[in-house]
Every structure is written in structure tokens, then in C-alpha cells.
Design a protein around this ligand. Structure first.
Ligand code: AMP
Length: 509
């Protein structure tokens, strides 16, 4: 069996690895480290939890033993999609670099520029950065990338999700062509393949697990739920209580930041030991929350995908998906928070009737059907009322008012996908402190039917109203415009007398 000593790492690094308690390299470490030490480009296809961080940190430490850093010219650069991941990589340098005197600088959003500048001035051996903050420093002329010998691009598929690929391309072009590049991604969508073709030179490909496999140590279950938020919260509470015996700690994932806050408040109100992690929190609050969860001072962490992506929290016993993730890959990442390092874990996903489509694509991706906890959706009973129900649509006699309501009233508006994308992009920007890249999609046309009487009344009012002085220039412009068109008729107001027929249809209010 391969040991760390077989990989070609320096004695200082081997000593630190031993002190960390590791003896056997994980497959990505055994596969990538020898090639990285030979200064080859590496394309590592591996998820978090596979030991991938050490697979680039350890060879980098060995290679950095030769040479010295110069002011503003970092020797190596590691790009991470989120601040938390960047901070985690820094922790790895502290752990494995305990025998080295290296200067490690972290450039992430949400932290003062000045401290970061001081570190750069001193000369960084290792620069760990999120793309936007790195480019900010570069544009201010505080940073030269021409001294970078080793470039690491980590979690590339996440960078793609977050709209960072243009930034990555730009950064790659600022670094000398002769650099060594270590590139990691959990999945290889076409955009990422293109990027590797463009920027890696004859890379050694190391693939440790199929891109979309879920750990065999995770027991996955689907839990049917009504679609209202209070129904989902009640179901979740029941589930947590039912699991109490084996539940050491849990992460609950929500699709939206707003729901993270709401669910967190609701759980605390119901006396659960819960905290929240999302992009609206400032960096210090996020770091404290995460530290408390890691140290076991907090049992339940409610989180958004971006905030929790890739976090190394060993030994989480349970994952709950409050929402079925919209992107199937997120399911794999979410449930990958449990069942790590061979331990067993449980993952529960609340499923409402409208989630069936997303669920189907998850099951297709992971190549298996997930079991239902207590019957599938076809046996979904009429929602049971809970303690939260009376505030929502019950009358004095305790009867539900919902039936008497018009169809859409009181129902949560479902967001169109484009809106979710924009919210997600804005959330990502907050979480990383960087500019969002939002693909603009044309707004869908909605045919609003104004009331006939209201239109007529408005037209009459406008006709009766003398032109306000400030309207004069506009009318002149209109006149000029008409002249251009050879049209000398007075311009109608509103629709004039030609109200379209569809607007004259009587509408019941
Ligand atoms: P990563 O995939 O880098 O997020 O690492 C996941 C976890 O595996 C971290 O807690 C590491 O400390 C741990 N780890 C890294 N290398 C090894 C190893 N060779 N043996 C056991 N655990 C490891």
C-alpha cells in the first residue's frame, strides 16, 4: 500500500502530515502528488471530502522550500470560489506548513484591504484568493502576477455556477505561460473542459470518483410534505425529533437565503439548538457560527448552498434538505456533508408535489431511486394543521379559510427560474463579496387586462385636463415627430376611441 513517504514529499512536509495523524494518502493524494512534484499540470476530478486540499497543499509546500518571495509578487496563487473555502485552504497551510516559515496571504471579500495589502507588501509565498478580490487588488496596481510559478484553480465547477469563469480566464492570462497549473473540479461540464483545454499543458488526469456519485455510507430518504412553508417546518421538526437519538449534529439546507433566516428563527423559537449560515451575515458572524458548529457548541446549522459548499466539517451525522435543490449536483454536494471518511450518515429530503421534476433529475444523476421515509407522494394526506397554522387562514371556528379564497390569494408566489437565477447570482456576490454575473433573460410578456371602465374614465379625464406647462416640450417633440412621419392628425390620448375589443369585455370583479 502506498504511504505518504512513497510520494516524494520533503521531510518537513512528511513530519507535519504525521503530526496531523495521517498515514495513508487518499486516492486523489496518491494520484496527484507525485505528478505535481514533477512540475506537471494536473487535472484532478474529485469532490470535497476526498482529501483534495492536501493533494495540492503538500506538493506546494515541498516545492516552495526552494526560493523566496518578493514584495507584491506572490510565488503561488490558489483561486477559491468562496471566502470559507479560501479560509479553509489557509488552515491547511497552517496545519501542514508548521515546519515552514512561509508567508500566506488571504485575499477575500468582506475583509479590510489594508491588512491584505500589508501581507502582499511583505511578499507572499502563497496567495489564496477569490477571483473578484484578486482582480480588485490587481487593478489598484498593488499586485503583480508575473512571479506566480504555481496556479491552483479549485472547485472549478462551482466557479462556473457562480459566474466566475470570465475572471478566471482573465487571471490565467495575467500569469506567465510557463507556470504549473493544478486544476480541480468535482464535475466536468463542457465549459470546464474548454477551460482546461485552453489553460492546462498536457495535464495528468486524476479522477477519483465518478463525478456524480453519492457516498455509500449515506442513508438517503425522501420525506413527503405539504408545499406550504409552515407545513415543511412542522414536518422537519417532527423528523428531527424522531431522529433525536442518533442525531449528533445536522446541516439543514435551504434553496434561498430568505428561507435560511426564517427557518433558523422558527427552530430557535421551537427551542432547537440552531444557527444560520448565509450570505447576508458579515464575515465575522459567519466565521463564529461555523467555528461553534465545528466545535460542537451548536447542534444544527441552517445553511444556503453557497455558504456551505465545500466546507470541511467532519462527522456530521445528519443532512436535511428543507428544499429539493434546483441543480441536481447540489444534492450530491449537500449530502456529501455527511458520511465522510467512512462514517455513516443520514440524509433526509423534504419533497412537495411541485418538486417531483427536480427529484427525477437528481435520481437520474445519482443513478438510483431514493427510498421514501413514510410513503411516497401519492399517499400524501391533506395537510395536518400545526401550531403555526392558526396565523395562516383559519377562521374563528377553527375552519380553514383557504377554500373560500380566490385561487392565488395567500399562496406563496413561485419564482420564475430567471428570477431565481438573478437572486442566486446576487446571493453569490454577497457571499464572495464580488460582482455577480447575471445572464439577462428577456422578461416574459404578461397580458394584463385593465378594467374597461377604468380605462374609459382615465381617457375622459385626460381629455378634459388642460395640458400642464411641463407637457409642452413633449407635445412639441411629438408634433415634430409626426411631421417627420407626414402625419398631421392630432395624436390620441391613451387608446383614444379605439379601445381594443378585448378590453371591452365585461370582467367580473
Ligand atoms: P478535503 O477533501 O480536502 O476537504 O478533505 C476532507 C477531510 O479529509 C479533511 O478533514 C482532511 O483533514 C481529511 N484528510 C485529508 N487527507 C487525509 C488522509 N490522508 N487520511 C485521512 N483523512 C484525510
Amino acid at each position: 500500500m502506498t504511504t505518504f513517504a512513497d510520494l516524494g514529499l520533503s521531510p518537513k512536509v512528511l513530519d507535519a502530515v504525521e503530526a496531523a495523524g495521517y498515514t495513508i494518502p487518499t486516492p486523489i493524494q496518491a494520484g496527484a502528488i507525485p505528478h505535481a512534484l514533477q512540475r506537471k499540470d494536473v487535472l484532478g476530478i474529485a469532490q470535497t471530502g476526498t482529501g483534495k486540499t492536501a493533494s495540492f497543499v503538500l506538493p506546494m509546500l515541498t516545492l516552495l522550500e526552494q526560493g523566496r518571495a518578493r514584495a507584491r509578487m506572490p510565488r503561488t496563487l490558489i483561486l477559491e470560489p468562496t471566502r470559507e473555502l479560501a479560509a479553509q485552504v489557509e488552515e491547511n497551510f497552517v496545519k501542514y506548513g508548521k515546519n515552514h516559515r512561509l508567508n500566506v496571504a488571504l485575499l477575500i471579500g468582506g475583509v479590510s484591504f489594508d491588512d491584505q495589502l500589508r501581507k502582499l507588501e511583505r511578499g507572499a509565498d502563497v496567495l489564496i484568493a477569490t477571483p473578484g478580490r484578486l482582480l480588485d487588488h490587481f487593478e489598484r496596481g498593488k499586485l503583480l502576477l508575473t512571479g506566480v510559478d504555481i496556479l491552483v484553480i479549485d472547485e472549478a465547477d462551482r466557479m462556473l455556477d457562480m459566474g466566475f469563469i470570465p475572471d478566471i480566464e482573465r487571471i490565467c492570462k495575467l500569469i506567465p505561460f510557463t507556470r504549473q497549473t493544478l486544476f480541480f473540479s468535482a464535475t466536468m461540464p463542457p465549459e470546464i473542459t474548454k477551460l482546461t483545454e485552453q489553460f492546462l499543458h498536457a495535464p495528468v488526469r486524476v479522477e477519483v470518483a465518478k463525478a456524480a456519485t453519492t457516498a455509500k455510507t449515506v442513508e438517503q430518504q425522501l420525506v413527503k410534505s405539504g408545499k406550504k412553508d409552515w407545513e415543511k417546518r412542522a414536518k422537519l421538526r417532527d423528523l428531527i425529533r424522531a431522529e433525536e437519538d442518533g442525531l449528533k449534529n445536522a446541516i439543514i439546507f435551504c434553496n434561498r437565503k430568505k428561507d435560511v433566516s426564517e427557518l433558523f428563527r422558527s427552530l430557535v423559537k421551537h427551542e432547537f439548538d440552531a444557527g444560520a449560515l448565509h450570505g447576508d451575515m458579515d464575515q465575522r458572524a459567519r466565521t463564529t457560527m461555523l467555528a461553534n458548529f465545528k466545535d460542537g457548541k451548536l447542534k444544527i446549522l441552517v445553511a444556503s448552498d453557497v455558504a456551505a459548499r465545500g466546507l470541511d466539517i467532519p462527522d456530521v451525522s445528519h443532512v436535511f434538505n428543507f428544499d429539493v435543490p434546483i441543480h441536481s449536483e447540489d444534492y450530491v454536494h449537500r449530502i456529501g456533508r455527511t458520511g465522510r471518511a467512512g462514517r455513516s450518515g443520514k440524509a433526509f429530503t423534504l419533497v412537495t408535489p411541485s418538486d417531483v421534476k427536480h427529484l427525477a433529475s437528481i435520481e437520474k444523476l445519482i443513478g438510483e431511486d431514493i427510498n421514501w421515509y413514510d410513503g411516497d407522494l401519492t399517499t400524501l394526506p391533506v395537510s395536518e394543521e400545526t401550531d403555526e397554522a392558526p396565523r395562516r387562514g383559519r377562521n374563528a371556528r377553527g375552519k380553514s379559510e383557504s377554500k373560500r379564497k380566490p385561487r392565488n390569494e395567500g399562496r406563496e408566489r413561485e419564482r420564475p427560474q430567471s428570477e431565481i437565477d438573478i437572486i442566486a447570482a446576487a446571493e453569490r456576490a454577497k457571499e464572495t463579496g464580488e460582482q455577480p454575473v447575471i445572464e439577462e433573460k428577456p422578461a416574459r410578456k404578461t397580458a394584463e387586462k385593465p378594467q374597461k371602465a377604468a380605462i374609459k374614465a382615465e381617457n375622459e379625464q385626460r381629455r378634459a385636463r388642460p395640458a400642464a406647462p411641463q407637457e409642452q416640450p413633449r407635445r412639441e417633440r411629438d408634433r415634430d415627430h409626426r411631421r417627420d412621419r407626414g402625419d398631421n392628425e392630432p395624436s390620441p390620448v391613451g387608446f383614444g376611441d379605439e379601445i381594443p375589443a378585448f378590453m371591452l369585455i365585461d370582467t367580473k370583479i
